[in-house]
Design a protein around this ligand. Structure first.
Ligand SMILES: O=P(O)(O)O[C@H]1O[C@H](CO)[C@@H](O)[C@H]1O
Ligand SMILES: O=c1cc[nH]c(=O)[nH]1
Length: 250
């Protein structure tokens, strides 16, 4: 019956595991789901591909949200409507700080809300902040996996391609990475009472202004160093969800 499916993503209103990993790319959702026991595709409508399965005994949802905050927030809202209570975004991003290399993980503490959608929902003063338990779970999982990782503030920015308007310079603000959807997730989580966080694999920066003197590379997600980071990040995300589900994040 169609009323049992949510209207935009067509995910079922009931029955999804309450702990979820979200990713931009539907193919990455399939790759993460392939690590689960008993993985099954639940639905696939537009850019929203959803799987369920279990990781070391913990039931997990894996879903893709596509590129960009306005579309992604529809998945986050409908996952909340479907009863999901903890969400980790496992994405890719450009590095903005010397010392953060390709394939490294950035664990978000908060995000700059330049996402192109939450500005229409809430005043700009409202924060986009990760749940501390999600930050600690991701940090612990990264440490235990031996994955190079950093913690910091992420710039979520709606425009991927540079345009004629110069990028605002966050020089001196200590931003760690730039991507496109995280702040929409963190704001949704605060509004809906969810636990949320994010971990991002560095795949280069898509604007000359973001490339630092220490040699951060240009944008190219199709490299072995990025693929290796994605493999590590998938396990780190799943382990962090397990720690959260078991209350063992510290
Ligand atoms: O790899 P994902 O999760 O899609 O994340 C990043 O990659 C896309 C841009 O190439 C944007 O969605 C950005 O946020
Ligand atoms: O959104 C993204 C992803 C990777 N690199 C960037 O510069 N931006």
């Amino acid at each position: 019956m169609t009323q049992d499916l949510l209207p935009v993503t067509r995910i079922p209103r009931t029955g999804l595991p309450p702990h979820a990993i979200v990713v931009g790319d539907p193919a990455r959702a399939a790759a993460v789901a392939a690590l689960l026991d008993g993985s099954e595709e639940v639905s696939y409508h537009r850019e929203y591909r959803v799987f369920s399965g279990s990781w070391k005994g913990v039931p997990v949802t894996v879903a893709s949200h596509g590129v960009g905050g306005p579309g992604a927030i529809l998945l986050f809202q409908e996952l909340a409507d479907a009863g999901v209570r903890a969400i980790v975004r496992f994405g890719t991003a450009g590095a903005m700080k010397p010392g953060i290399g390709d394939g490294d993980l950035v664990i978000a503490e908060a995000a700059v809300r330049d996402d192109g959608v939450t500005q229409q929902l809430l005043p700009p003063e409202y924060p986009a902040v990760a749940a501390p338990e999600a930050v600690f779970a991701l940090q612990r999982a990264a440490r235990e996996a031996g994955a190079p990782h950093h913690r910091g503030i992420v710039w979520t920015r709606a425009a991927f391609q540079p345009g004629l308007i110069p990028l605002f310079s966050y020089d001196g603000a200590g931003l760690a990475a730039i991507e496109m959807e995280l702040s929409a997730l963190l704001v949704t989580a605060s509004l809906r009472g969810l636990v949320a966080g994010g971990v991002l694999v560095i795949d280069g920066a898509n604007a000359d202004e973001l490339v630092d003197a220490a040699g951060t590379s240009v944008y190219d997600p199709h490299r072995e160093v990025v693929a290796a980071g994605v493999e590590r990040g998938a396990v780190v995300s799943l382990e962090a969800l397990r720690l959260l589900a078991e209350g063992n994040e510290l």
